[in-house]
Design a protein around this ligand. Structure first.
Ligand SMILES: Nc1ncnc2c1ncn2[C@@H]1O[C@H](COP(=O)(O)OP(=O)(O)OP(=O)(O)O)[C@@H](O)[C@H]1O
Ligand SMILES: [Mg+2]
Length: 500
């Protein structure tokens, strides 16, 4: 076979359902629970999962995976937890809670739940949902999510030969747009203020707490998962913690006792620039107001922004039928990429991961129900490292590490770790810290430790010799962060205007 034909054959991704022969042994029954936020879909699907002899819950977020892990264990069902960073195996467990990227598709289950199925169309992570949907080896599958991917799911079920049944849910409570909040004096217990930067969140907290110390819980993506959980608990349970200040990290999955969502801002920086929120984002975040059968309120910090929120909600209502997720993300598996790399470059020493991936993407054959997932972030990481001439497999692992591209500290650290691996065959961390470090620095350090742990899972223990120590120190840092959040000094009120 000519080299070109060989490459084309490997890059033929037209029948991804055939990558999972175990799931194709016999037709599966797919139950799709469709509904808006807070309509009880995950609750109902979980009831099925609980009744099954063995089962797996597949989560869009680590935090949610850990919440379901705790929920199942406390209701007497032995459940283990696996995410990219943590692994808690409960002896005799019948159930498993994991993130979408950590599902073991070689294992059989009696029942499986894939949460937030609309994420199948996500540019950066969609392929994990596609793999779960096509590849779970389970006779009974439950999907929960909104209606946008319904037609796609129907088409995919036809291709896989699975049976599909849909169940529609309505919101358990109403959501109403109310008067804007223009001053801190108008805040009420149970309010959640949404801002889109960590900095603004901190400034809001400082200003509110100047009058009412200890009244705010705060949640954003950079905070350790333990801290986010603890902040959510305080807001939900402690009487003195009246307000929650959060970025859109509040938007998916977890349950909070929020009565009113207030958008302090309606624009966010999505990595490529500042843009207005999309209607679906407004809907998802607003949906956090009101839980179970309690009605929710939503508004903004000015009349104009409140009108925008109202308009966005009307738009999502009107576009339910129109707006669809009609393609599922696809990403080749490692063996496909490495085989492609071998064919592409004769001299294995010169293989550069992002070059291989870019070429793969260009020559990939894909059916109309799929799209090639974005390779931007992975290529960005790979470009940072190519001068180190790592082995191909190491390039692959390091390029796929979950890194926040906004953090220069982390990108630099990734480079350092890769350099150590190349030069010494092991990655050591020198760990010393003291209590006077700033919150910024502690957050960075925590993220670095998580990165170390994530990378170490792909290697033999001796390659990452500080693993145990890092796990221990990570806990201590999380505790320090939690303390720091309570100690922040108060700043000038003018800061809030600058923060916007
Ligand atoms: N039948 C029920 N009995 C008791 N509590 C329920 C019931 N249905 C839903 N709930 C509670 O209502 C809240 C919302 O339900 P759930 O999380 O299932 O909604 P959802 O539709 O999955 O929303 P989300 O978009 O947030 O994922 C949860 O706290 C859940 O425990
Ligand atoms: Mg849910």
């Amino acid at each position: 076979m000519s080299r070109l034909r060989g490459l084309k054959k490997i890059a033929d991704l037209r029948s991804p359902h055939e990558w999972f022969p175990l799931a194709r042994i016999s037709p599966r029954k797919i139950n799709y629970h469709i509904g808006p936020t807070n309509s009880g879909k995950t609750y109902s699907a979980l009831e099925h999962l609980k009744k099954a002899k063995t089962g797996i819950y597949c989560s869009p977020l680590r935090l949610l995976a850990s919440e379901i892990f705790e929920k199942l264990n406390s209701s007497g069902i032995k459940c283990s937890l696996i995410t990219g960073e943590e692994k808690t195996i409960i002896p005799g467990a019948t159930h498993m809670s994991c993130t979408m990227e950590s599902i073991n598709l070689d294992e059989s289950y009696d029942c499986a739940l894939i949460d937030e199925i609309q994420m199948i169309g996500d540019q950066d992570r969609g392929s994990s949902w596609t793999n779960a949907l096509l590849g779970l080896w389970s006779p009974e599958i439950h999907l929960t999510g909104d209606k946008r991917p319904l037609r796609l799911i129907k088409n995919l079920a036809k291709i896989t030969g699975d049976e599909l049944q849909t169940f529609e849910y309505n919101r358990l409570s109403h959501l109403e747009v109310c008067e804007p909040v223009t001053s801190i004096k108008d805040l009420k217990e149970g309010d959640c203020i949404i801002a889109f930067s960590r900095k603004t969140c901190h400034k809001l907290k400082k200003i509110i707490e100047r009058k009412d110390p200890g009244s705010c819980a705060i949640i954003y993506g950079n905070l350790p998962i333990e801290t986010r959980k603890e902040q959510a608990r305080k807001f939900n349970e402690e009487k003195s913690v009246k307000y929650l200040i959060s970025t859109d990290a509040v938007g998916m999955g977890l349950n909070y006792n929020i009565s009113r969502v207030i958008f302090f801002d309606i624009k966010k920086n999505d990595g490529s620039g500042i843009r207005k929120l999309r209607p679906w984002e407004v809907k998802q975040i607003s949906g956090r107001a009101g839980r179970f059968e309690k009605n929710g309120l939503v508004t903004a910090w000015s009349l104009e922004d409140a009108k925008f929120i109202s308009q966005s909600l009307i738009e999502t209502q009107l576009s339910i039928e129109r707006e669809t997720v009609n393609r599922a993300g696809l990403f080749p598996i490692y063996s496909q990429i490495s085989e492609y790399a071998e064919q592409l470059t004769q001299n294995s020493k010169d293989i550069v991961y992002h070059k291989v991936l870019q070429s793969f993407e260009k020559s990939a054959f894909i059916e109309k129900f799929y799209f090639f997932q974005s390779i931007d972030e992975v290529c960005y990481n790979s470009e940072l490292l190519w001068h180190l001439h790592l082995d191909f497999e190491d390039q692959y692992v390091f390029s796929h590490s979950p890194l926040r591209l906004t953090s220069k500290y982390l990108t630099r650290s990734l480079g350092e770790m890769a350099k150590n691996l190349k030069r010494k065959g092991e990655v050591k961390l020198i760990m010393e810290f003291d209590n006077t470090w700033s919150l910024d620095h502690l957050e960075n350090l925590h993220a670095l430790f998580e990165l170390y742990i994530w990378l170490s899972k792909n290697y033999e223990p001796q390659v990452f010799p500080n693993y145990n120590d890092v796990c221990y120190q990570k806990k201590i840092i999380a505790e320090l962060i939690e303390k720091k959040l309570d100690e922040l000094p108060y700043e000038d009120a003018d800061e809030i205007r600058k923060a916007r």
